[in-house]
Design a protein around this ligand. Structure first.
Ligand SMILES: [Zn+2]
Length: 314
């Protein structure tokens, strides 16, 4: 079995080298703010290319998909498509995916975050919300704290998207640490739960601070471009075209057009036999250990030390 693991590791190294941007979609984790986009583009030009080092020794590789599902208590996750759980308790990993929502809770009078929660609740699905601490704590605080509390009460996973949607590429290590601790504290103050995941705004932090990030950095392999198109049909089409087992889908719960799309996407995924789980559950099912300071685009591939979106012009 050790030999097999080595072979798997070698194969994985090759596939990672060949497809570091296996997250093939363009980097669009951004607000539509022109100022943000402009300054982000200027900043990324100064980031040098880095060699990718993959900590294969530290990565738990799924030897076979069936085995890794079997080794875990797969029966725990039956929400959102019980049809994907076989009678023997094994989960079909080709049908397990994670929807993720950034930037919330919604801060305009849209109720889009709660509309998305309504759909997830109706279908018994889980998702991960990368909450912006400032939006949760300081903007429409009464309503938004209630929204984050509802996310937690429904069993959704809540990660941090920093406190102020900061571009971490431009901050010092101390400033990054403050953005992350304030962002996570805002969530913990509301839910009482510990934050274990983060999503960096714009999909990246700087090379100098990446290794000191105390969370795994969760990216995506399906970019719905919802913030750009604001077109529910387009968001739906991109999701249904690109999604596969282990995928992480990027959306934003701050827009009603995204809520419109979610109302179409969730029932369709369920109909196609998909199981919608949190990011942590997705990686657990795939037998991949999430490590602080590494980027993850989907559960099929190991973490990397360089964002696949590095130098993408964002
Ligand atoms: Zn964002």
């Amino acid at each position: 079995m050790k030999f097999l693991s080595k072979l798997t590791a070698i194969g994985l190294a090759f596939s990672l080298a060949a497809g570091l941007a296996g997250c093939q979609s363009s980097n669009a984790e951004t607000t539509s703010s022109a100022a943000d986009t402009t300054s982000a583009a200027a900043s990324s030009e100064s980031i040098p290319d880095l060699e990718v080092t993959i900590p294969l020794d530290d990565v738990t590789l799924p030897e076979t998909t069936a085995a890794s599902a079997e080794s875990e208590n797969a029966s725990e996750s039956t929400a959102g498509g019980e049809g994907t759980t076989a009678a023997n308790g094994e989960v079909d990993l080709s049908k397990v995916v994670a929807l993720t929502f950034d930037d919330g809770p919604d801060t305009k009078d849209t109720s889009s975050s709660n509309r998305i929660l309504d759909v997830l609740e109706q279908y018994g699905c889980k998702a991960t919300f990368f909450v912006q601490g400032q939006a949760a704590q300081d903007w429409l605080p009464e309503r938004n704290k209630a929204t984050v509390k509802r996310e937690a009460d429904l069993g959704m996973e809540i990660g941090t998207h920093t406190y102020s949607h900061a571009d971490l590429r431009k901050l010092s290590a101390d400033e990054v640490a403050e953005e992350l601790s304030k962002g996570a504290q805002a969530i913990t103050d509301i839910t009482g739960g510990e934050v274990t995941l983060m999503r960096p705004p714009y999909g990246e932090t700087s090379a100098s601070t990446q290794s000191s990030i105390p969370y795994p950095m969760i990216l995506w392999d399906v970019d719905t471009l919802d913030w750009q198109s604001k077109d529910p049909q387009s968001i739906y089409d991109i999701t249904m075209d690109q999604i596969q087992g282990g995928s992480i889908v990027l959306m934003h719960d701050t827009m009603n057009t995204t809520a419109d799309a979610v109302e179409m996407i969730v029932p369709k995924l369920i109909e196609e036999g998909y199981q919608l789980v949190t990011v942590s559950e997705l990686f657990r099912l795939y037998g991949v250990d999430l490590e602080p300071g590494y980027y993850y685009c989907n559960a099929r591939e190991a973490g990397t030390t360089v964002s696949p979106f590095s130098g993408s012009g964002q």
